[in-house]
Design a protein around this ligand. Sequence first.
Ligand code: GUN
Ligand code: ZN
Length: 420
Amino acid sequence: MHCLADPAEHGNSAVDYIADGACRVQDGRIIEFGPAGDVRANGEDTVLDYRGKLIVPGFIDTHIHYPQVDVMASYGARLLDWLETYTFPCEAQFSDKEHAQQTAEFFLNELLKNGTTTALVFGTSHVASVDVFFTAAQKRQLRMVAGKVMMDRNAPEAVLDTASSSYEDSKALIERWHGKDRLGYAVTPRFAPTSTREQLDAAGRLLREYPDVHLHTHLSENPEECEWVSQLFPENADYLSVYEQSGLVRKRSVFAHSIHLSDREWKSLSDNDAAVSHCAMSNLFIGSGLFNYARAVKENVAVGLGTDVGGGDSFSMLRACNETYKVQQLQKNAISPASLLYLSTLGGAKALDLDAHIGNFIIGKEADMVVLDEAAIPLLARKLTSHTTWEERLFALLMLGDDRIVYDTLVMGQPTQLNR
Ligand code: GUN
Ligand code: ZN
């Protein structure tokens, strides 16, 4: 089951479901796909038989922090005190390369156990945090986009850089990693409050020098944050214009959260072809607010889903779909199961402008897949005995599923077998 288009535009016909399907993979790419009877193995093929299970494209997490594994489930704070109390002290530990290495390994295994094969990832301000992350991702042949955090004010010394050091360090990382195997670089200013104008301008300079890198930051997550931005940048009319002024709003720019936006900001995201990452689990967990998905659809702004670990409390994109559904329910918008599948696969790929490579099973794309076994959760299996259409089956597994139903995750056609 995969999406060929956006169900918000094309309805359920955007989903292609083949009850008994097969595909052939060569050198990590899909070379044939269709009904099992039409796709024949030849003598040299290795046959992987997942009969009775459901295969969907690898999930794409469009906003996550690998150094925040140990921040997950931190009690009782909202964004600004959550950063001060839990997050900055935790990220300070990433000056220790071994700690970073061990965390990157743990993190990538968690992603794979949850069926996530691509993510847009924050490192910390330490250069080595990104080197060890890319090294670990490259070893697993994963398509990952990541970057060094740029932050030169309003945080403890141990996590700060400077405008010029962040420019030089990011440039060196781009030269070292961008476009190597399946890896891509994201210029990553943390958010407006922790960067001076000089540093935001340095980020803009990097984007001009390397036009195909991503830009990854936070935008309008929490009301106190928005108020602080208006005090720090009194000359800017709104939050997004702080980024616009430095040339950071363009295609391949991904703005996490984007909850409290003005009409002008929505229009600017749309006009500039920028994307947003909706992080329902985090927005509920740290009490940030309700993302207006219907507005994003209306404005034609590309949306992907993010877990935002460690603001989010799970690595599971299935859990992210569950919370996304509830956040829209609170706004009287019942998002369809087809749209949830889209947002966690092809929609995420489009938000990252990587849909030429990943997001569905079109011939030529990279064979990143998740094999789901609904029988692994008795409640889900029980429910599915009386729900027979693919829409009902999909909705039930998105609402009741989690890592227990991830039977295997395939990267470039290769099983990773971390759950067995
Ligand atoms: N805004 C600035 N930094 C962060 C972060 O680490 N997590 C979240 N959720 N929001 C942020
Ligand atoms: Zn975040």
